[in-house]
Design a binder for this molecule. Sequence first.
Ligand SMILES: [Zn+2]
Length: 293
Amino acid sequence: MKDLARFAETCTGLDHNSKLKLILFAAEAKPNTYIHLKITKNYHDKHAFEELLRKHNIPFECSRAKGFEEITRVSAKAAHWRLAGTWYGYDLFRNKKAQVVFHQAVALIRQGKHAQADKILGKHYGYPDCCVKKFIATHDPKEVAKKTTAYNYFKELHDSDKAFPFITHTPCSSKCAASKKLNDTYKKAVQAHAPRFFREYAKKRTYHVQIVIDADNDLIPFKKKDAYDYGVVTLDKIEGHYVMISWLSQKKYARGTVLDATVTLQYDYGLITPKKIVRKGTGFRHERHLTKL
Ligand SMILES: [Zn+2]
């Protein structure tokens, strides 16, 4: 399926994560997958993609069209979003049997049987058993809050991102042996099947920019907050876009604080090194300007 890997490499409507998953699927390294295809000016891509799937007898399901937004302007006070195009979600299956199993899991989710569904879906997507078990065990944010601190929890997530940039699941730990093995297998598959994407994905790019601090991730009710997992937005465009990055900081910043920083992008994550505070925060909001397509 060289042509499918080539499509993944060159299509402008796929983000890095979707490119990676489609390449791994085309390389037959990943059994089944789910990707997003964005349509802005690349009108032909939906048709071209579906033609390729049919050519290779890949069973697939495409969602209805949904709108997506992009940041068009950022100030220290607000990010302005505009509708930028439509996107489709594609479930791709190795064969008809996998498609049937997938629908069994979806039916279980509808019945509220999440643990049972996750077990099936973990296998469906090729995730290691240890990671699926841990994922199911940490469903309840209140239980997570009892067992760890904010710093340790978020540090582990960020460390896992750095340790395993080629896997597409949340590993049970940043030291998980099964995830390490899978990461190595996937890395080799990407290198062999999509060398152009591999170079682009693995390249370390560093920028000196101003960033503005947005809200921190408060989905888990930690008793004592010893760290903050901030969303930050770049005040300058990087590679043509305003970029949102999650940043773990042990220091507290008011929302809307502007910092001089170094941002390093590599794989699917961004690293931030703060330099100095440019202005103290007085709040930050997201303004959505919705226009009809
Ligand atoms: Zn694991």
